[in-house]
Design a protein around this ligand. Structure first.
Ligand code: PLP
Length: 440
């Protein structure tokens, strides 16, 4: 059994998070319930930032908030001094509503609308990460019309694709994101932006993948981007000061995963950038990173109540829970794996193997293929670990299932931060249909 962050098991044999009994949380708030270990989020945020401080380089650590977006977590991120990545008008609106320091907000996305771009200018956010030529055009026109400056980074694809355990390098990357670094697109984007009266090109950005477990791909990407910035300085006497290397640092979902400490990724990155800068005679840039999953992923646990169980003789035992792909689509979407524990009987020996099924009308709605648990019965509380990233934020109302509540637990206290949706919420935007001329 592997426990995360502040998790422990109390004298009743119940799982606790942030010093709070999860069985009590399930009773008070109902299930499914997302419980976040806020001390763990803070610890991760500090670990990333402390490493940069120790290595004495300029930096920003931006929380990639698509992993879990909401006012409460934005408030915590701001307290911890993080910058914030948003990828849509909706995330930007939420950030503004949370009171986030506007200059620390970075706006991403491969198809920002005119309305979203205007919103970024209205709010005078920190920077826009520019993805494509259409966007350059929109940005120039917007900035000129408004006579307003905006800082920008160019997102490039360096031809390095990192996956969990390995990476591939390609001359050209087949990605919907960013300017290709190898075929001249990035140079053209530089030429179109660096001398613009209102656009202030401050650097380059790349995001090479997710759930990455080693440092090699980050090294290659940082070298490539740095050499490009050095070349622009040589050829155009224009110095970019920011190198944004994105997110993607891996976490431990199951015992198959062996992530590095946040500090290890960052230290390695910084040293590579320093060495490459020295070699190219280029001033060491500020290094920005954008962790999502590695800040919030294992801080989140979902509590479910077990209902029906089913034996398929000689094949499989199913245990069904009161949520599923509506609150965690990752297993159905890309075969993501999770580990679990019976929160109300956390010390009992696991002697059975269950497939944990959701309650949605889809055969593929399974949360865990093989969960080792004690004999489970209806009413047991199942804790599924590491659901903090891309769980709630990808939740849907499929089958008209209401989205769960979210609770923050910290220092022995707990607080509801997102209410459970109600049935009324499900129809709040519905106006019905009355056919023209039809009799009532
Ligand atoms: C999704 C994303 C991240 C965060 O990725 P994680 O794997 O959650 O760390 C960072 N930067 C960009 C541009 C992203 O799209």
């Amino acid at each position: 059994m592997h426990l995360y962050g502040t998790q422990s098991i109390n004298e009743k044999g119940h799982l606790t998070i942030g010093g709070v009994d999860t069985v009590d949380l399930a009773a008070q708030y109902g299930t499914p319930l997302f419980v976040y270990d806020i001390a763990l989020f803070r610890e991760r945020a500090q670990a990333f930032q402390q490493t940069f401080q120790n290595e004495q380089v300029g930096y920003q650590v931006a929380y990639a908030s698509k992993a879990f977006s909401g006012i409460a977590i934005y408030q915590v991120a701001a307290q911890e001094g993080l910058s914030l990545d948003v990828v849509s008008g909706g995330e930007l609106y939420t950030a503004i509503q949370s009171g986030y320091p506007k200059e620390k907000i970075h706006f991403h996305g491969n198809n920002k609308s005119q309305a979203e771009i205007d919103m970024a200018f209205d709010e005078e956010i920190g920077c826009i990460v520019v993805d494509n030529f259409h966007e350059i055009d929109l940005l120039k026109k917007t900035a000129e019309r408004r006579q307003q400056r905006m800082k920008i980074l160019l997102r490039v694809t360096p031809g390095i694709e990192a996956h969990t355990h390995d990476y591939i390098t390609t001359g050209q990357e087949d990605s919907k994101f960013g300017f290709d670094l190898n075929n001249g697109q990035a140079d053209r984007a530089f030429e179109e932006t660096h001398a613009h009266e209102f656009l202030d090109l401050i650097g380059l950005h790349c995001h090479i993948g997710s759930q990455i477990f080693d440092t090699a791909a980050f090294q290659m990407a940082s070298e490539k981007l740095l050499l490009k910035m050095a070349a622009w300085q040589q050829n155009h006497s224009y110095t970019c000061t920011v190198l944004n290397l994105g997110g993607g640092f891996g976490i431990r979902y199951t015992e198959e995963d062996a992530p590095l400490e946040p500090a290890v990724y960052v230290k390695d990155m910084i040293r590579t950038v320093k060495t490459a800068s020295e070699g190219a005679g280029f001033p060491v840039p500020e290094i920005w990173i954008e962790p999502g999953r590695s800040l919030i992923g294992d801080a989140g646990t979902t509590l479910y109540t077990v209902g029906s169980t089913k034996d398929v003789p000689d094949t499989r035992r199913y245990a069904a829970v009161d949520g599923g792909m509506s609150d965690n689509i990752r297993p159905a979407l890309y075969g993501a794996k999770y580990s679990s524990l019976l929160a109300n009987r956390a010390q009992e020996q696991a002697g059975q193997v269950y497939t944990i099924a959701g309650k949605c009308c889809e055969s593929g709605d399974k949360l865990i293929e093989e969960a080792e648990l004690p004999e489970v019965t209806a009413g047991d509380i199942l804790a599924v670990f590491c659901t903090g990233a891309y769980g709630y934020s990808m939740a849907s109302n499929y089958n008209r299932i209401t989205r769960p509540a979210v609770v923050f637990a910290e220092g022995g206290k707990h607080q509801l931060v997102i209410r459970r949706e109600s049935f009324e919420d499900l129809i709040k935007n519905e106006v019905g249909y009355m056919q023209e001329g039809a009799k009532r």
